[in-house]
Design a protein around this ligand. Structure first.
Ligand code: 6GU
Length: 247
């Protein structure tokens, strides 16, 4: 998979894409991530990227010319499955959309910034607008990093058996259960007996029970509709129907 990111603030990506699993995925050749500095496509003396909105009002709008040039230069090299714009006005991102994106070969992510982007960019170039939730960020860069992180870990081979995707929270439409590691007792707080029992069936039953309890208490919305009934009966690490998988 290849992901091209177009941004006015390349340094914002230095940390999140250079550590841990994403770093390993890049080094292992599972994903190629290329950050493009939008300013390199601004040709006027001041390398202007934004301008005031027609009709007046506060805030600046990203100009169309540098974005068109950058996207078209990339599209001349290869074809892209999606040109994504990160914007609070987009479709709200979730694990279903994440899985869909992870199946693609080439993605462009254009980071929205300032007050917005000239509508002609959206009309002519963008195939998908994505928001990562109902709150406002100063720009689309952190949202792009969130999308990339969540997509890269789904690329086959990126996550090993030891960090199995099968036990992910959301895999079965329920929250994950609590976990403990050694020591068995710490400052008077004991690890539940079921987990220390060495009895695989008892451990699984405890985990299923705790997952259901946590989901009911914290995220009853995940149990609504037909998915909820399925989620309760589907095995934790099986491959049966999953509440969150709607595709
Ligand atoms: Cl994608 N961009 C901005 N600026 N704010 C957001 C967002 C995106 N998603 C949630 N809030």
């Amino acid at each position: 998979m290849r992901i091209d990111v177009i941004t006015a603030f390349p340094p914002l990506f230095e940390g999140p894409l250079s550590e841990s699993i994403v770093k390993r995925a890049r080094e292992g050749g599972y994903v190629e991530i290329v950050i493009h500095d939008l300013r390199a496509y601004a040709h006027d003396k001041h390398r202007t990227l934004d301008d005031t909105p027609y009709g007046g009002g506060a805030g600046m709008i990203l100009k169309p010319e540098p974005i068109f040039e950058c996207v078209e230069a990339l599209q001349a090299e290869r074809s892209y499955d999606e040109v994504i714009l990160t914007t609070p006005a987009g479709e709200v991102y979730d694990q279903r959309l994440c899985k869909q994106l992870s199946l693609h070969e080439n993605l462009i992510i254009l980071c929205g910034h300032y007050k917005g982007v000239d509508q002609r960019v959206i009309d002519a170039l963008v195939t998908r607008e994505i928001s990562i939730g109902d709150y406002v960020l100063t720009g689309g860069e952190l949202a792009a990093a969130v999308i990339i992180d969540s997509v890269v870990r789904l690329i086959p081979g990126v996550i090993g058996d030891g960090e199995s995707l099968l036990s992910d929270s959301f895999m079965e439409g329920e929250l994950d259960c609590p976990y403990y590691t050694r020591p068995p007792e710490f400052r008077g707080m004991r690890v539940p007996d079921e987990l220390l029992s060495g009895d695989h069936k008892r451990v699984e039953a405890w985990r299923r029970r705790e997952s259901s309890r946590m989901t009911r208490e914290r995220r009853p919305d995940l149990l609504e509709g037909s998915g909820g009934a399925r989620a309760k009966t589907s095995p934790r690490s099986g491959d049966g129907p999953r509440a969150k998988d709607k595709e």
